[in-house]
Design a protein around this ligand. Sequence first.
Ligand code: PGA
Length: 331
Amino acid sequence: MHVTLRQLRVFETVARRGGFTRAAEELHLAQPTVSVQVKQLVDAVGLPLFEQVGKKIFLTEAGRQLYATCRQVFEVWSQFEMTLADLKGMKQGRLRLAVVTTAKYFVPRLLGPFLKRFPGIEVALEVANRDRVIERLVANEDDLYIMGVAPQSLDVEAHPFLDNPLVVLAPADHPLAREEHIALSRLVHEPLVLRERGSGTRTVVERYFAERGYALRARMELGSNEAIKQAVAGGLGITIMSLHALTLEPMQGQLVVLDVEGFPIERSWFVVYPRGKQLSVVAQTFFEFLKTEGSQLAASALAAGTRAQTATRQSELRRKRAARVASRPRH
Ligand code: PGA
């Protein structure tokens, strides 16, 4: 069978992007060129690879098999390219990372020093919620995944590399901001703003309360930590979120971390990949960086964020105490 690597690349892009036009855009080719490449591949294979229903195209059984094969071929090929670069003494190639929404608060910051150290490496970073990141993991679309907890149902390698404390966040003028050792049961009566279903944070929070006999009801669900912080500052309720989402907080003074019993919920960030996956040189390099320098950088950013939050809370408590003293009747 006479098939070229170029035809496979074009076919893989059409299959992945679900259309000839989109594939042509991605590959910077004219659409007829894409069609010709696919046609030649169909002739070589001897079976149709796509079928058209209305305006959409779908893979046939032969197309699906070829698509899976292409993914393997390209994976092995990029391993080879990277090994070659490594043999030449250069760390070069593409690092494909998929991280959960909340990890966007520290992963991009780590990439700066990493890429400075290894200028030959390019990074493609995908940010999505936990469910979507797990789908990508199952489809083996990336080199490494960063998430709160490794999925129990999948056969993966998971290495914790950083703390991920979840805290209770309220608007600074919330009555509970004045209190210490707040009982968990009191949170249940507060209006809650929670992340969407499928988010790792949401899953952990629901489980945490369920294990203690409380069912949670969200007053509002939002798909972004930033939107939740705005909603909380605007008085729509309280929330539970990773402290990492507060480390670069431009809303200092508007939000406060409550002192609730059992909090912070202590979690970790994990770097995850399918067990048995042969990591590329670039992926191994990033993995090593994460476990050493990367985790130290992120941990010190987190510690600075915690200090800032504690200071905000203490000044809030001081302000409230002063107000109480000032309002006491004088004799
Ligand atoms: P999330 O995931 O951003 O989807 O909530 C965070 C986590 O898994 O800890």
